[in-house]
Design a binder for this molecule. Structure first.
Ligand code: ZN
Length: 167
């Protein structure tokens, strides 16, 4: 994930140390939200080099459609939709702890990782493991932790389950 553009959701903007915010992509609508919930934080953020963006109507429309498909749309705010649309437009990873955002991101193939893990060098990847014969398969594209079905094992027909692999 090193080097990939990162979109910071509002939780990330509120909780990451400033040096971890630097260079992140953010939606313009998040500025107002941060000012509403934490004025000190809003001031601090003004001093950080962030890339403020407004998503295109087309990207927003795609984000809305994905959220409708996953059934998450009613739980997502306009700001959340902006964050998703900015990530979609910039092919960026979203730093978020919001399960709904993670879910929709997975739906349209945008990666994400949790706020609390941001900056920690993690050396695991997702793999598919057969519940029957325990064989390990390469990870699917566009891994989403919340997706439930990953097909069946080519060897024994057992269900494949997503898990963390070692290196
Ligand atoms: Zn198997």
């Amino acid at each position: 994930m090193v080097g990939a553009a990162r979109v910071l959701d509002t939780g990330a903007l509120l909780h990451l140390p400033p040096n971890r915010l630097s260079g992140g992509l953010v939606a313009n609508s998040q500025r107002e939200e941060i000012e509403r919930v934490d004025k000190d934080r809003a001031l601090l953020i003004e001093g950080v080099r962030l890339h403020w963006r407004s998503p295109s109507e087309e990207a927003l429309q795609r984000a809305r459609e994905a959220a409708q498909e996953t059934g998450d749309i009613s739980g997502l705010s306009d700001v959340d939709m902006d964050v998703l649309a900015v990530a979609l437009e910039h092919r960026a990873i979203i730093v978020t702890d919001d399960h709904r955002i993670q879910n929709v991101a997975g739906r349209f193939g945008v990666g994400w990782h949790p706020v609390m893990n941001e900056g920690i060098k993690e050396h695991w990847e997702w793999v598919l493991a057969c519940k029957g014969c325990k064989k390990i398969f390469p990870p699917p594209e566009n891994v989403s932790r919340w997706r439930r079905t990953y097909g069946t094992c080519a060897d024994c027909g057992g269900k494949l389950k997503l898990k963390r692999g070692g290196t």
